[in-house]
Design a protein around this ligand. Sequence first.
Ligand SMILES: Nc1ncnc2c1ncn2[C@@H]1O[C@H](COP(=O)(O)OP(=O)(O)OP(=O)(O)O)[C@@H](O)[C@H]1O
Ligand SMILES: [Mg+2]
Length: 234
Amino acid sequence: MLEVSNAVVRYGAIEALHGVSFEVSAGEIVTLLGANGAGKTTTLRMLSGLHAPVAGTITFDGRDVTRTKAHQFTSLGISHVPEGRRIFPQMSVEENLEMGAFRRRGSISEDIDRMYETFPILKERRKQLGGNLSGGEQQMLAIARALMSHPRLLLLDEPSMGLAPMIVEAIFRIIGEIRDAGTTVFLVEQNAAQALRLADRGYVMENGRIVFTDTADKLLVDPRVRAVYLGEAV
Ligand SMILES: Nc1ncnc2c1ncn2[C@@H]1O[C@H](COP(=O)(O)OP(=O)(O)OP(=O)(O)O)[C@@H](O)[C@H]1O
Ligand SMILES: [Mg+2]
């Protein structure tokens, strides 16, 4: 479904990605693991057209989307839940959801109802301002808003960041349900243990490079992953 080949991304004089290659097949949950500053967010920004690579290619459904602009990515079927959630704090929960569908015509109330089934807490909070929600509720809202555009590929940037373990569990369970309902997921995480338990495959990124990749099961027991990301001695 998605294939990235030798992508190089720069911030001015700084090269943040030094030729990154990976792929995601339809129906998978693929996780991208890496420490602070590894280049995970940059990778997602590249995949949603916010920061085009200066070299390399991105192919989506066999189509070259390397130079596609951000506003066109939603129509391609790629939706991005950014780092730090970025919901609209001054808008109600329901208005936030409506914003997620702003490129679509016709009634969106069915979709909103579907989101309230997946995230019952958002229904309870529907009239509240986004800014008044808890961190976990804001993350759920950010995911629900992204789903409003009916993406085929959902990009998630550290959805567990700063959340209590119980909330993280709920969010990861929902990410599994989203995949089971037919949306492919590319999940950026620092929470390696939980991400690998959910994912089919993973890539490990260090300093702007993919350093290794394997099935999630194998990465979970890989000494390199365990030492660095699961806090265990090799
Ligand atoms: N706007 C920017 N201008 C210059 N350098 C940047 C910019 N954004 C990121 N970088 C640099 O690019 C590298 C990758 O950053 P990125 O945010 O992609 O990492 P990350 O893996 O998402 O980290 P974190 O886990 O902290 O979110 C870092 O060295 C960072 O300092
Ligand atoms: Mg980041």
